[in-house]
Design a protein around this ligand. Structure first.
Ligand SMILES: C[S@@+](CC[C@H](N)C(=O)[O-])C[C@H]1O[C@@H](n2cnc3c(N)ncnc32)[C@H](O)[C@@H]1O
Length: 203
Protein backbone atom coordinates (compact mmCIF):
# COMPACT_ATOMS: atom_id res chain seq x y z
CA UNK A 1 0.00 0.00 0.00
CA UNK A 2 1.77 3.17 -1.07
CA UNK A 3 -0.68 6.08 -1.27
CA UNK A 4 -1.99 8.27 1.55
CA UNK A 5 -5.43 6.68 1.71
CA UNK A 6 -3.79 3.27 2.01
CA UNK A 7 -1.57 4.48 4.84
CA UNK A 8 -4.65 5.79 6.66
CA UNK A 9 -6.40 2.44 6.42
CA UNK A 10 -3.33 0.56 7.64
CA UNK A 11 -3.06 2.98 10.53
CA UNK A 12 -6.74 2.57 11.40
CA UNK A 13 -6.56 -1.24 11.50
CA UNK A 14 -3.36 -1.10 13.54
CA UNK A 15 -4.98 1.24 16.07
CA UNK A 16 -8.53 -0.13 16.19
CA UNK A 17 -8.21 -3.81 15.22
CA UNK A 18 -11.52 -5.36 14.15
CA UNK A 19 -13.21 -1.97 13.66
CA UNK A 20 -16.64 -3.34 12.74
CA UNK A 21 -16.60 -6.44 14.97
CA UNK A 22 -16.46 -10.02 13.79
CA UNK A 23 -20.12 -10.64 12.98
CA UNK A 24 -21.21 -10.33 9.32
CA UNK A 25 -22.71 -7.07 8.08
CA UNK A 26 -26.51 -7.01 7.57
CA UNK A 27 -25.89 -6.63 3.82
CA UNK A 28 -23.88 -9.87 3.73
CA UNK A 29 -26.75 -11.79 5.31
CA UNK A 30 -29.19 -10.39 2.72
CA UNK A 31 -26.73 -10.96 -0.13
CA UNK A 32 -26.19 -14.62 0.88
CA UNK A 33 -29.93 -15.25 0.51
CA UNK A 34 -29.86 -13.81 -3.00
CA UNK A 35 -26.72 -15.78 -3.95
CA UNK A 36 -28.41 -19.00 -2.82
CA UNK A 37 -31.58 -18.19 -4.74
CA UNK A 38 -29.62 -17.38 -7.90
CA UNK A 39 -27.20 -20.32 -7.42
CA UNK A 40 -24.17 -18.03 -7.38
CA UNK A 41 -21.26 -19.91 -5.80
CA UNK A 42 -18.02 -18.05 -6.61
CA UNK A 43 -18.19 -14.77 -4.69
CA UNK A 44 -15.64 -11.96 -4.73
CA UNK A 45 -15.81 -9.42 -1.93
CA UNK A 46 -14.05 -6.16 -2.78
CA UNK A 47 -12.71 -4.05 0.11
CA UNK A 48 -13.20 -6.99 2.49
CA UNK A 49 -11.04 -5.45 5.26
CA UNK A 50 -10.23 -8.29 7.74
CA UNK A 51 -12.82 -10.56 6.16
CA UNK A 52 -15.85 -10.77 8.48
CA UNK A 53 -18.21 -11.08 5.46
CA UNK A 54 -15.90 -13.40 3.49
CA UNK A 55 -15.84 -15.68 6.54
CA UNK A 56 -19.64 -15.59 6.71
CA UNK A 57 -19.97 -16.48 3.02
CA UNK A 58 -17.44 -19.29 3.48
CA UNK A 59 -19.40 -20.70 6.42
CA UNK A 60 -22.59 -20.47 4.37
CA UNK A 61 -20.98 -22.77 1.78
CA UNK A 62 -19.85 -20.29 -0.90
CA UNK A 63 -16.43 -20.19 -2.54
CA UNK A 64 -15.63 -16.73 -1.27
CA UNK A 65 -12.53 -14.67 -1.97
CA UNK A 66 -11.89 -11.27 -0.44
CA UNK A 67 -9.57 -8.58 -1.70
CA UNK A 68 -8.35 -5.55 0.20
CA UNK A 69 -5.53 -3.04 -0.25
CA UNK A 70 -4.51 -2.96 3.43
CA UNK A 71 -1.81 -5.38 4.59
CA UNK A 72 -2.83 -4.63 8.18
CA UNK A 73 -6.43 -5.64 7.52
CA UNK A 74 -5.28 -8.90 5.96
CA UNK A 75 -2.85 -9.62 8.78
CA UNK A 76 -5.72 -9.23 11.24
CA UNK A 77 -8.04 -11.32 9.05
CA UNK A 78 -5.56 -14.22 8.89
CA UNK A 79 -5.58 -14.32 12.72
CA UNK A 80 -9.34 -13.94 13.15
CA UNK A 81 -10.47 -16.10 10.25
CA UNK A 82 -7.63 -18.47 9.26
CA UNK A 83 -9.83 -20.36 6.78
CA UNK A 84 -11.00 -17.27 4.88
CA UNK A 85 -9.39 -16.67 1.46
CA UNK A 86 -8.19 -13.05 1.84
CA UNK A 87 -5.89 -11.48 -0.73
CA UNK A 88 -3.98 -8.24 -1.09
CA UNK A 89 -4.90 -6.10 -4.11
CA UNK A 90 -6.83 -3.14 -5.41
CA UNK A 91 -10.38 -2.90 -6.64
CA UNK A 92 -9.03 -0.43 -9.19
CA UNK A 93 -6.93 -3.15 -10.80
CA UNK A 94 -8.36 -6.53 -9.84
CA UNK A 95 -5.85 -9.39 -10.16
CA UNK A 96 -8.45 -11.77 -11.63
CA UNK A 97 -9.32 -13.00 -15.10
CA UNK A 98 -12.31 -11.70 -17.04
CA UNK A 99 -15.61 -13.43 -16.23
CA UNK A 100 -14.29 -15.33 -13.22
CA UNK A 101 -16.97 -14.71 -10.53
CA UNK A 102 -20.70 -15.41 -10.16
CA UNK A 103 -21.06 -12.38 -7.89
CA UNK A 104 -19.11 -9.34 -6.78
CA UNK A 105 -20.08 -7.94 -3.40
CA UNK A 106 -18.97 -4.91 -1.39
CA UNK A 107 -20.00 -3.38 1.92
CA UNK A 108 -19.08 0.27 2.36
CA UNK A 109 -16.22 0.33 -0.10
CA UNK A 110 -17.54 2.15 -3.17
CA UNK A 111 -17.96 5.50 -1.44
CA UNK A 112 -14.29 5.86 -0.49
CA UNK A 113 -13.29 6.53 -4.12
CA UNK A 114 -13.33 9.66 -6.28
CA UNK A 115 -15.77 9.72 -9.21
CA UNK A 116 -12.97 8.77 -11.66
CA UNK A 117 -11.96 5.88 -9.43
CA UNK A 118 -15.57 4.76 -9.08
CA UNK A 119 -15.83 4.45 -12.87
CA UNK A 120 -12.64 2.39 -12.93
CA UNK A 121 -13.86 0.25 -10.00
CA UNK A 122 -17.21 -0.35 -11.70
CA UNK A 123 -15.49 -1.40 -14.97
CA UNK A 124 -13.22 -3.75 -13.06
CA UNK A 125 -16.13 -5.39 -11.24
CA UNK A 126 -18.01 -5.80 -14.51
CA UNK A 127 -14.92 -7.28 -16.15
CA UNK A 128 -14.48 -10.04 -13.54
CA UNK A 129 -18.21 -10.85 -13.37
CA UNK A 130 -19.48 -13.72 -15.50
CA UNK A 131 -22.32 -12.91 -17.90
CA UNK A 132 -25.47 -13.08 -15.78
CA UNK A 133 -23.35 -12.46 -12.65
CA UNK A 134 -24.59 -10.41 -9.71
CA UNK A 135 -23.31 -7.10 -8.42
CA UNK A 136 -24.33 -6.36 -4.81
CA UNK A 137 -23.27 -3.36 -2.74
CA UNK A 138 -24.24 -1.35 0.28
CA UNK A 139 -23.25 2.35 0.25
CA UNK A 140 -24.05 5.43 2.36
CA UNK A 141 -27.20 7.33 1.44
CA UNK A 142 -27.60 11.10 1.26
CA UNK A 143 -30.48 10.53 3.66
CA UNK A 144 -27.94 9.70 6.38
CA UNK A 145 -27.92 12.27 9.15
CA UNK A 146 -24.18 12.73 8.71
CA UNK A 147 -24.55 13.77 5.08
CA UNK A 148 -23.50 17.34 4.39
CA UNK A 149 -20.37 19.38 3.86
CA UNK A 150 -19.21 18.62 7.37
CA UNK A 151 -20.38 15.01 7.45
CA UNK A 152 -17.45 12.66 7.88
CA UNK A 153 -16.87 9.00 8.42
CA UNK A 154 -13.14 8.84 8.98
CA UNK A 155 -11.46 8.71 5.60
CA UNK A 156 -14.71 7.80 3.90
CA UNK A 157 -16.47 10.22 1.61
CA UNK A 158 -19.29 9.91 -0.88
CA UNK A 159 -22.98 9.70 0.02
CA UNK A 160 -25.27 8.50 -2.80
CA UNK A 161 -28.78 9.06 -4.09
CA UNK A 162 -30.88 6.29 -5.58
CA UNK A 163 -30.86 8.24 -8.86
CA UNK A 164 -27.04 8.15 -9.06
CA UNK A 165 -27.03 4.42 -8.42
CA UNK A 166 -29.73 3.85 -11.04
CA UNK A 167 -27.67 5.80 -13.59
CA UNK A 168 -24.54 3.81 -12.77
CA UNK A 169 -26.44 0.53 -13.24
CA UNK A 170 -28.06 1.62 -16.52
CA UNK A 171 -26.53 -1.21 -18.57
CA UNK A 172 -27.55 -3.94 -16.14
CA UNK A 173 -30.69 -6.02 -15.68
CA UNK A 174 -32.77 -7.03 -12.63
CA UNK A 175 -31.79 -3.81 -10.88
CA UNK A 176 -33.11 -3.40 -7.33
CA UNK A 177 -32.23 -0.44 -5.14
CA UNK A 178 -33.48 -0.06 -1.57
CA UNK A 179 -32.81 2.58 1.04
CA UNK A 180 -32.95 1.55 4.70
CA UNK A 181 -31.91 2.43 8.21
CA UNK A 182 -29.28 -0.17 9.12
CA UNK A 183 -27.40 -1.07 12.32
CA UNK A 184 -23.65 -0.43 12.11
CA UNK A 185 -21.10 -1.64 14.60
CA UNK A 186 -18.21 0.84 14.57
CA UNK A 187 -17.89 2.96 17.72
CA UNK A 188 -20.81 1.08 19.33
CA UNK A 189 -23.97 0.00 17.53
CA UNK A 190 -25.79 2.86 15.81
CA UNK A 191 -27.91 3.50 12.75
CA UNK A 192 -27.01 4.79 9.29
CA UNK A 193 -29.16 5.33 6.20
CA UNK A 194 -27.75 2.99 3.56
CA UNK A 195 -28.54 2.19 -0.05
CA UNK A 196 -28.42 -1.52 -0.84
CA UNK A 197 -28.42 -2.48 -4.50
CA UNK A 198 -28.39 -5.64 -6.54
CA UNK A 199 -28.07 -5.96 -10.31
CA UNK A 200 -27.27 -8.57 -12.91
CA UNK A 201 -24.69 -8.32 -15.69
CA UNK A 202 -26.45 -8.95 -19.03
CA UNK A 203 -25.92 -12.41 -20.55
C1 LIG B 1 -15.05 0.89 5.12
S1 LIG B 1 -13.84 -0.31 4.90
C2 LIG B 1 -14.74 -1.73 4.35
C3 LIG B 1 -15.35 -2.47 5.48
C4 LIG B 1 -15.59 -3.93 5.21
N1 LIG B 1 -16.29 -4.15 3.98
C5 LIG B 1 -16.37 -4.50 6.38
O1 LIG B 1 -17.51 -4.07 6.57
O2 LIG B 1 -15.87 -5.33 7.13
C6 LIG B 1 -13.03 0.12 3.39
C7 LIG B 1 -11.93 -0.88 3.03
O3 LIG B 1 -11.46 -0.56 1.73
C8 LIG B 1 -10.08 -0.88 1.68
N2 LIG B 1 -9.53 -0.23 0.48
C9 LIG B 1 -9.13 1.04 0.31
N3 LIG B 1 -8.75 1.26 -0.96
C10 LIG B 1 -8.90 0.06 -1.61
C11 LIG B 1 -8.68 -0.37 -2.93
N4 LIG B 1 -8.21 0.45 -3.89
N5 LIG B 1 -8.95 -1.66 -3.25
C12 LIG B 1 -9.41 -2.52 -2.31
N6 LIG B 1 -9.64 -2.17 -1.04
C13 LIG B 1 -9.39 -0.89 -0.69
C14 LIG B 1 -9.55 -0.40 3.01
O4 LIG B 1 -8.32 -1.00 3.32
C15 LIG B 1 -10.70 -0.84 3.95
O5 LIG B 1 -10.48 -2.14 4.43
Amino acid sequence: MEDDSAKLWNHRFKQEGAVWGIEPSPAAVKAAELFKKKKACGILEVGCAYGRDVEYFRREGFEAVGIDASEEALRLGKKLFPKADLRLGSLLNLPFKDASYDAVYGFFIFHIFTSTERKKAFDEMMRVLKPGGLLVHSVPSEKDEKFGPKGTRGSEGKYFTKKEIREMLAGMTEVEITEDLVNHTHGGTHIHADIYFTAQKPN
